[in-house]
Design a protein around this ligand. Structure first.
Ligand code: NAD
Length: 488
């Protein structure tokens, strides 16, 4: 069993209070690690270390080329430990191993993408007004607090740390208290990469009592948060003390729209993958399946024919397609939504129960669940469930589909299934969401922006836009006329 430390100011240590948290495998309830249960006291030490490293350390003045090389080294470190990291991710989160392997590879790619971008942070110049020249430089924001959720622990940590470092910032990252293991492994990789002390600090602990200090503290210049919309609102409020920069990646209730002119088999696969990948514990999950009435039966029958292929099991077992939910509390929350759906009159057409086989009895497993004939006003069509529950909503016209899709407080992602290229563009433009997939669902690209409209977030991660969130813009004006102005 692993015993993890925090990583603060280039050193590994337990929390000041000595408190620890036991980390469990959600597939069987076995204890797999202990991590420090940090408090505000530990956060204050980490913030001071990051502040000192930013204000007085070498990192922000390190040449962009060398910052980039440091990020490549971290990418290499992740790749060298890829097998171990994927297995830990699977044991800690429950996700099937192939999904964890994909996440780990993508985390390494993310460090490489931003390593390359470090040397492409450019400004502008302008020679107006007359007799002066102005130029713009982009500078690091400073000390960045970063808080991530439990569903993609290493990937979310990488999406945050990599652009911050490329831009020359220092960071304090708090992983989710439920899945801190790969972030604490990343701390070891970062340490081995030789980054100056205090540049990256990784502190495990709860949100309330530890994480909130990153939003409140006036020595933190920016807070980057990924998690639930309700928590995001608290972060934004707490950040007003010093009006720190805030970026938020929040929840979703994403429409996946199947038009009558789609490739039916591809759409069925896309509907199932959109809803059940990572146990449905995905911010961009296609949890609202809007289906044209003329293909509704074909799509529903197609999904029911394939759903038994979603084999439940431990993520490390061969052939597992869906693991357990993250905790028993979370499974109960998801189950409460299944009850709400039944009570509201939606038609439960599969799943809805815990599996009965003995080998799954100790884990937080739940069958993939589909409700049909869901009304757009029902709570299961409006609220983020964050589990393997799909709501099928039939529609009659393209206009109705767009209206239903946009009728949400969220606006993170959407899918469109059609062979009509004109419709694909028309509907993509009409949807109020930050990511639109056409004949596809779920891929993310380090090179392209990620983030939400409406209450799904604030700002963008990834791509060229992602680094902007970690940069201040400074205008420098040089007077080329040495004559005194003679105003007085
Ligand atoms: P959560 O909001 O409960 O917790 C997220 C993180 O915030 C955790 O590290 C937690 O410890 C911390 N936290 C909790 N309360 C806090 C507080 N008051 N102050 C500071 N930190 C606090 O979310 P979760 O249950 O871990 O994750 C699920 C949510 O994350 C879902 O809503 C999902 O949609 C969202 N999510 C969004 C994206 C995205 O890119 N938009 C990606 C992944 C997950």
């Amino acid at each position: 069993m692993q015993k993890y430390d925090n990583y603060i100011d280039g050193k590994f240590s337990q929390s000041k209070s000595g408190q620890i948290r036991k980390i469990m495998d959600p597939a069987n309830g076995e204890q797999i690690a202990t991590v420090p249960e940090s408090t505000k006291e530990d956060m204050l030490i980490a913030i001071a270390a990051a502040r000192k490293a930013f204000d007085h350390g070498p990192w922000r003045k390190t040449a962009a080329l060398d910052r980039g090389k440091a990020l490549f080294k971290i990418a290499d470190g992740i790749r060298a430990k890829a097998k171990m990291l994927a297995e830990i991710e699977t044991k800690n989160c429950g996700k099937p191993l192939p999904e964890a392997e994909y996440d780990v590879a993508d985390a390494a790619n993310c460090f490489e993408f931003y390593g390359g971008l470090a040397t492409k942070i450019h400004g502008e110049t302008m020679s107006v007004p007359a007799n002066s020249i102005s130029y713009v430089v982009r500078e690091p924001v400073g000390v960045c607090g970063q808080i991530v959720p439990w569903n993609f622990p290493l990937l979310m940590a990488s999406w945050k740390i990599a652009p911050a470092l490329a831009a020359g910032n220092t960071v304090i990252l708090k992983p989710s208290e439920l899945t801190p293991m790969t972030a604490l492994e990343l701390a070891k990789i970062i340490h081995e990469s030789g980054l100056p002390e205090g540049v990256v600090n990784i502190v495990s602990g709860p949100g309330v009592g530890a994480g909130e200090e990153l939003a409140i503290n006036k020595d933190v210049d920016k807070i980057a948060f990924t998690g639930g919309t309700a928590t995001g609102r608290k972060i934004m409020t707490a950040a007003t003390g010093n009006l720190k920069r805030v970026t938020l990646e929040l929840g979703g209730k994403n429409p996946n729209i199947i038009f009558e002119d789609c490739d039916i088999e591809a759409a069925v696969d896309g509907a199932l993958f959109g809803a059940f990948a990572n146990q449905g514990e995905v911010c961009s999950a296609g949890s609202r399946l809007l289906v044209h009435k003329s293909v509704h039966k074909q799509i529903v029958d197609g999904m029911l024919a394939k759903i038994s292929r979603i084999k439940l099991g431990h993520g490390l077992s061969e052939g597992t397609k869906m693991g357990p939910l993250i905790s028993s509390d979370h499974r109960e929350k998801v189950e409460s939504y299944i009850k709400i759906g039944i009570d509201e009159g939606a038609k439960l057409i599969c799943g809805g129960k815990r599996p009965t086989s003995a080998d799954l009895s100790l884990g937080n497993f739940l069958e993939p669940t589909i409700f049909d004939h869901v009304k757009p006003t029902m709570r299961i069509a409006r609220e983020e469930i964050f589990g393997p529950v799909l709501s099928v909503i039939p529609f009659s016209t393209e206009e109705e589909a767009i209206e239903l899709a946009n009728d949400s407080e969220y606006g993170l992602a959407a899918g469109i299934w059609t062979k009509n290229v004109v419709r694909a563009h028309r509907v993509s433009q009409a949807l109020r969401a930050g990511i639109i997939w056409v004949n596809n669902y779920h891929p993310t690209f380090n090179e392209m922006p990620w983030g939400g409209y409406k209450q799904s977030g604030h700002g963008r991660e990834l791509g060229l836009h992602g680094i902007e969130a970690y940069l201040e813009i400074k205008q420098i004006n040089i007077n080329l006329d040495e004559t005194p102005i003679g105003w007085y």
